[in-house]
Write a protein that binds this ligand. Sequence first.
Ligand SMILES: *Cc1c(COP(=O)(O)O)cnc(C)c1O
Length: 428
Amino acid sequence: MTQDLDFDTLTIHAGAAPDPATGARQTPIYQTTSYQFRDADHAARLFNLQEVGYIYSRLTNPTIAALQSRVAMLEGGAGAVCCSSGHAAQILALFPLMGPGKNIVASTRLYGGTVTQFSHTIRRFGWSARFVDMDDPQALEAAIDDDTRAIFCESISNPGGYVTDIPAVAKVADAAGIPLIVDNTLATPYLCKPIEMGATLVVHSLTKFMTGNGTVTGGVVVDSGKFDWSASDKFPSLSAPEPAYHGLKFHETFGALAFTFHGIAIGLRDLGMTMNPQGAHYTLMGIETLGLRMPRHVENALKVAEWLEQDPRVESVTYAGLASSPWNATAKRLYPKGAGSLFTFSIKGGYDAAVKLVDGLELFSHVANLGDARSLVIHSASTTHRQLTEDQQRAAGAAPEVVRLSIGIENADDLIADLDQALAKAAG
Ligand SMILES: *Cc1c(COP(=O)(O)O)cnc(C)c1O
């Protein structure tokens, strides 16, 4: 198709033509591990990456390929690689860039699980992370050294719902000659397109708003295709002969698709964090309604946040969509369709009141998830951010008196009534 299709059209059509074998109009679940080669020469060409096709579902699968193509088009990227979870996507994104002794500079305001992954687990690979406040470009610049291979931030950050000035961060990354990786889970490409703002790579937990109904664990890495991996000797996996693929030079051979091919041919092949075709199918169906769901999420979140903010039992609300938020001007400038539907509020009465509130809610589900059609609540300090020190909890916006809400697409007045009765129980 030659015309530029609108976002809402892409959510339904991108990557999903009728099935060439049967004409099936919905993308079939290709529940197969392997694909028959036409002959020995075809097999050899596939293994040499001289021809694109299907070999084995750890690497590629038609249902997953449809999803990869859809997310890449929605984000405005050159290519995408799906994987088993959002956390897997982070490793898959870093893997071609990093090596022992190399570091990333990451935002202090990140999903708690990501802080743990970056603080501890990646050290097993000899990688490390430095955490800086992304609102301070000078601190960011100062944290970068010769061994820094990427900057990592979230567009809208979990759990506080703060927003990142992506163009300002991208400017620092460009000056340092390193890629900017943006976790776009909370915004989705409906609210934010990091690549248009200068990001090199976008990662998602597809588990959240993209699938949108709490059914799938999945992740994706989208590559803008715009980074020059050969401009320095910092990224030998992409620019130099790759020993893990008989000396293939990925950037020279695949150009804008170098990162995507590396992610499949080396990342999925050797790390094995593959998505399953069923999961890809559910996510494809979820994305079909992304353009309908996100405006309702945002509208409800604003109503609930405004109601909470004026309630005397509430200390403060973090939502960047509120006029009182220090991030409101950035949100209006860079996220004009809204600041998402995840935010926190501090309850008067500290840890004990927060726990009572969570137990008192009836419509909100107390779960460790977000981005569901259902409204969800969690007390981060006793759950998702439990592994962090209190200083880290406060820096991440998950202090003991803080409760996190993920506002769903129910009726906003019903959600407010539920919060009202639970606040009464918590204060009592
Ligand atoms: C949930 C989440 C992740 C991790 O994703 P999983 O699919 O649970 O592995 C990463 N980043 C953000 C912002 C998240 O909300």
